[in-house]
Design a protein around this ligand. Sequence first.
Ligand code: ISJ
Length: 245
Amino acid sequence: MERKVKVAAVSYLNTKPLLYGFRDHKVLRSMELTMDYPAKIARQLIDGEVDLALVPVAIIPKLKEYHIIADFCIGAEGPVASVCLFSEVPLQEIKRIYLDYQSRTSVALLKVLVQEHWKLNVEFVETTGDYQDLIKGTDAGLVIGDRALRQRLVSPYIYDLGEAWVRFTSLPFVFAAWISNRPLPVEFIQQFNDANQIGLNNLPMVVSENGSPDYDLTTYYTQNISYRLTPAKRQGMQKFLSYLQ
Ligand SMILES: C=C(O[C@@H]1C=C(C(=O)O)C=C[C@H]1O)C(=O)O
C-alpha cells in the first residue's frame, strides 16, 4: 500500500467548513492531517515535510512542482472580513504598517494594493509575534484570520483587502488553495473533494460546533469566505501571481 498522504491545513475558523467532513470519512484511511497557521504550513510544503496543504497561493512560485488538488479554496468575491488593514487613522495618514508573520498571501496582496491601487508611501515592518498592541497612531497593522475578527472590534479604521482587490481588478481573490508538491492518485483526490464538500452542505452544524465571540460565523461562511475554486477565482489568482514576478 502507498504511504499515507501527509496533509496540513490552516488552523483558523475559516477552514472549519472544509475540515468538518473529514471525521469518519474513508479518505482518512489514506491520509494524516495536521494544522497550523498559513506561513508555517507553507514552509512545510516547500520543505517537503507534507505532501498536500491548504497553502497561501503567494508561495506557488517557491514550489519546484505544484498541483492544485481540490475544487475548494479560501477565497472571496468581496469583503472577506478576516484580512484587513487596521488603523487608528485614515489610509492616507498611515506611515508604517506591521505585517502579519502568520500570512504569506495577504502580505503580498497588501503590498500590491499599497503600490498599485492605493498608491501610498509607507514603511513595512515585519513581525515575529504578537504585534496588535502596536497598532496605534499612524502605525497600522495587517492582521489575518481569527485575530482579525477580534481586531475588528478594536480599530476604528478597517480596510478589507478582499474588497479592495475586487474593486481594483473586478476579479475574485484566492487566499489559499489545496496544493500538493507531487501528483496524487485520482481516487484520493475524489475522496478528498468529497470530504471538503460535506461541511459546506451542513453549515449550520459547522457554526453550532465552533462559534466566535467576535463575529457571526454564518455571515463569515456564507457572505465573506467563498469556498469554490471557480474559473473566475483561478483568473483572479493568475492576475495576483502576475504581480509577484
Ligand atoms: C481569509 C483568510 O485567508 C488566509 C490568508 C492567508 C495568507 O494571508 O497567507 C493564508 C491562508 C488563508 O487562511 C484569513 O486567514 O483570514
